[in-house]
Design a protein around this ligand. Structure first.
Ligand code: SAM
Length: 259
């Protein structure tokens, strides 16, 4: 492609991604906690702060898997309920959070967690099996779009970005949380050892699957750096594109507006 980051053949990439998430769905949450030493929770909280959810919003969380981001959006909106006036109550009923993921196993874990949390299927939360590259939502239908640790796995990133742009309303916000590139001397060396040695070993030990976690680490290296990815977001049509590095660039949150 014009961005020169893709090395794995397309069919192989789709197959690998499918295998990775089918094989890890059950141990997924535990591995997330272990690999990020619990930090992924704070990173997701930061993503939601930037989204600034509001009662009545229509939100789409793509690659939403086990519902981590969607639950946070709901919780943020519900917590406003206690602070605001009666009018917001009516809006809360209108809130719609769609979780879209290509893998039904991940969605099933999310649905189970939703019912454990007392969310009724189809009320405010909807679970939709679908591809980030070809969304089944109408043009201009969403106030917000999030994708957390998902875009790196998509075969044609530029297609996913243009789909994000298409489904957002004017004024809608795009937010992407993704593992990114560390550019801090010394910390970079430590992080390299951690990701190339510790993570695959942890994958083998905890999930019984070294290869999937090896793939994870390699896919982080192949993903475009913060500047380049920001440029791709701009090329999809977004304006006011910015990014924030967390933990020296271990992860980055990119944002953009459809104006
Ligand atoms: N967003 C969740 C989180 O932060 O915990 C899940 C992230 S998980 C690392 C990546 C998810 O992306 C998986 O659930 C996988 O099934 C999904 N995925 C991969 N390729 C996709 C695609 N083309 N369209 C939609 N989802 C995809």
């Amino acid at each position: 492609t014009s961005f020169g980051y893709k090395q794995v053949p397309e069919e192989e990439k789709s197959k690998l991604v499918g295998n990775v998430f089918t094989s890890v769905a059950s141990t997924y949450d535990l591995m997330n906690d272990l690999m990020s030493v619990g930090l992924h929770r704070l990173w997701k909280d930061r993503l939601i702060s930037k989204l600034n959810p509001f009662p009545g919003m229509k939100h789409l969380d793509v690659a939403g898997g086990t519902g981590d981001v969607a639950f946070r959006v709901m919780e943020r909106i519900n917590s406003m309920n206690h602070r605001t006036m009666q009018a917001a109550l009516a809006d809360i009923e209108e809130t719609k959070i769609y979780v879209c993921d290509i893998n039904p196993n991940m969605l099933n874990v999310g649905k189970k967690r939703a019912s454990e949390r007392g969310y009724k299927e189809g009320h405010c939360l909807s679970w939709i099996e679908g591809d980030a590259e070809a969304l089944s939502f109408e043009d201009g239908s969403m106030d917000g779009y999030t994708i957390a640790f998902g875009i790196r796995n998509v075969t044609h990133i530029e297609k996913a970005l243009s789909e994000a742009y298409r489904v957002l309303k004017r004024g809608g916000r795009f937010l992407c949380l993704e593992l990114s590139h560390v550019d801090v001397p010394l910390f970079k060396e430590i992080y390299d050892v951690y990701s190339f040695s510790v993570i695959p070993a942890m994958g083998e030990l905890v999930a019984g699957d070294r290869q999937s976690y090896q793939y994870l680490v390699e896919s982080i290296r192949r993903f475009p750096n913060q500047e380049k990815f920001g440029q791709m977001i701009q090329e999809a049509g977004f304006e006011r594109v910015q990014y924030e590095n967390l933990v020296g660039g271990v992860v980055a949150i990119h944002s953009g507006l459809k104006l």
